[in-house]
Design a protein around this ligand. Sequence first.
Ligand SMILES: Cc1ncc(COP(=O)(O)O)c(C=O)c1O
Length: 390
Amino acid sequence: MNTSSRPNGRPQNPCFSSGPCAKRPGWSLDALKRAEVGRSHRSKSARARLKDVIERSRKILGIPGDYKIGIVPASDTGAVEMALWSLLGARGVDLFAWESFGQGWVTDVAKQLKLKDARTFDAPYGKLPNLAAADPARDAVFTWNGTTSGVCVPDASWIKPDRAGLTICDATSAVFAMDLPWDRLDVVTWSWQKVLGGEAAHGMIALGPRAVERLLSYTPPWPLPKIFRMTSGGKLIDGIFQGDTINTPSMLAVEDALDGLVWAEQVGGLKGLLGRSRANLAAIAKWVDRTPWVDFLAEDPRTRSCTSVCLKIVDPWATGLKDQSAPPKKIAALLDAEKVAYDIDAYRDAPPGLRIWAGATVDTADLEALFPWLDWAYATAKRELAASAA
Ligand SMILES: Cc1ncc(COP(=O)(O)O)c(C=O)c1O
């Protein structure tokens, strides 16, 4: 194929951002018609919608009945930080980081909480750290899917079933797209704006029985702001796990989260969601295979994310450039201007490259329509950048 000729077709939905992610196919503002706007979030009807989010999430994700699920402030960041601030300090902690968000949690623990007994295991973009180094006597903090490197944890074989420490897992770009072994995860967090394409607002936290036990038996030595507090007078604030949010949620965002969950049920629940995301990754892998200028950033195919797919440009012309961010920036700008793909430049802290969201709300047909445009944009970027350098 002549990659410099302008393709004819185009993706129906050009949204390939890794968060906020594409809305589900067929979404329109009509999805929010039943939102409990203008009502107290403590009203019976609004509370029922909040509870519905919790119950549908539990059912779709197969979260065990003895896990508590809460809707908490400040999206995934709020959920992770509430877990770190509430639970850490009782034991030593092992921190695993291989991209920007995981590094952020390391900073929280080392520089803000200033935990003395913290070990950090990190790895450069594209790789995983040595997860087997996790000591089951210690707590562990990690991200299931590194959204900015496209490297995910392949399985939970490194987490002992009989561990004494807690595992705290930021799973925001993994839930609803990857199989999570709930019995190995004591705390799991996520936000609405990722795989189901909801609006960013509140976050979700799931606490296993051992995390609840820690909450009840341990009081951290540092102050806890109200938005992090899950206990009161030595008891769990049970309402948080029944839809009584700590502070006021957006009922529009709640309605949208529900819309995503109902859609998830319609496409076959978790199995259907996983299937859609895997099919998307398979389509991208096929294109990468036949495309000489591009490769996955994730070195080990077992660690390749099926949501935030990160790609690097391997054409010697591009790798020989002084500013290697120029070609991907140009590709992203060209495709944005063509309204073919939005927000596909690599994350600001990641190595230069492209990042294409492949979660369940993305149709494989839209990726197939995108590939010829990527080839066209690369050829165009190369030609124009080479001409301007000459
Ligand atoms: C792995 C990971 N953790 C945390 C966050 C922060 O999420 P939020 O902005 O929803 O708080 C993101 C956002 O992309 C993420 O990908």
